[in-house]
Design a protein around this ligand. Structure first.
Ligand code: CDP
Length: 204
C-alpha cells in the first residue's frame, strides 16, 4: 500500500490545485473524486437513474470539461446524497489509493470514509466569497458564460447539502491539518501542507 494523502474541503476551496501540486511534488498519482460525482450528475441530467449511472461509470467520462459547470456541480451534490451512489464509487477510489508509490485523493469524505487510515489528512477551506471569486474566474477563463452570483449560489447550496447529508457528510477528519486559504497564496498553502506531510512520511 502506498502513502495516501487525503484532501477534503468545501466547494472551490483550493483543494484541487493543492492536490495537483502535491501529487507533482511527491511524484504521486492524483484522483479528483469530485469528478466521479460530477460524471454521475451529468448522466442523471441526461436522464439516467443515478445508482445505475454510478455502477456503470466509464473512466473516459471523467475528462469532460463540461463537468466543471455549476449546473453539473448541483446535480453532483444531489446524487452524492444517495448512499447507493456513494457505495458504488468506493472501490474505484480505494484502488487508486492503494497504488504503489503513493496517491493524493481530494474530495469530501476521503479522510473520514474512503481512506480513514491515510497517514496525512488535510482539510482545505476558505470564506465562501473568496471561493466563489476563484471559481468564477476559473470558469470565465475557460470560456464559460457564468455570473459571480450564480457561482456563489451554487457554492452555498452545495456547502449546505454536503455538510448536512446523512451519509458521509463533509467534515474535517479528527487528525486533519485545517488549512484556511482565504488569505494564503497557493505557494504558502502547498509549503504548509508539505511541512505537515513530511512529518508523517516514514523516510523523513
Ligand atoms: O471542485 P468543487 O470543490 O467545486 O467540487 P467537486 O470536488 O468536484 O465535488 C462536486 C460535488 O460532488 C460536491 O459538492 C459533493 O456533493 C460531491 N462529492 C462528494 O460527495 N464526495 C466526494 N468525495 C467528492 C465530491
Amino acid at each position: 500500500m502506498g502513502f495516501t494523502i487525503a484532501v477534503d474541503g468545501p466547494a472551490a476551496s483550493g483543494k484541487g490545485t493543492i492536490s495537483k501540486r502535491l501529487a507533482r511534488d511527491y511524484g504521486f498519482g492524483h484522483l479528483d473524486t469530485g469528478r466521479l460525482y460530477r460524471a454521475v450528475g451529468r448522466r442523471m441530467l441526461d436522464g439516467m437513474e443515478p445508482v445505475e449511472a454510478a455502477r456503470t461509470l466509464n473512466p473516459e467520462e471523467l475528462d469532460d470539461a463540461a463537468l466543471r459547470l455549476p449546473e453539473v456541480a448541483q446535480a453532483a451534490s444531489r446524487v452524492a446524497t444517495i448512499a447507493e451512489v456513494r457505495a458504488a464509487l468506493v472501490d474505484f477510489q480505494r484502488a487508486v489509493a492503494a497504488r504503489s508509490g503513493g496517491a493524493v485523493l481530494d474530495g469530501r469524505d476521503i479522510g473520514t470514509v474512503i481512506c480513514p487510515d491515510a497517514p496525512a489528512k488535510l482539510f482545505v477551506t476558505a470564506r465562501p466569497e473568496i471561493r466563489a471569486d476563484r471559481r468564477w474566474r476559473e470558469l470565465v477563463a475557460a470560456g464559460h458564460d457564468v455570473s459571480f452570483d450564480g457561482v456563489l449560489d451554487d457554492i452555498r447550496r452545495r456547502d449546505d447539502q454536503d455538510m448536512n447529508r446523512a451519509d458521509a457528510p463533509l467534515r474535517a477528519a479528527e487528525t486533519a491539518l485545517v488549512l484556511d486559504t482565504s488569505d494564503m497564496d497557493i505557494d504558502t498553502a502547498v509549503a504548509t501542507a508539505r511541512r505537515f506531510i513530511d512529518e508523517k512520511r516514514p523516510e523523513s
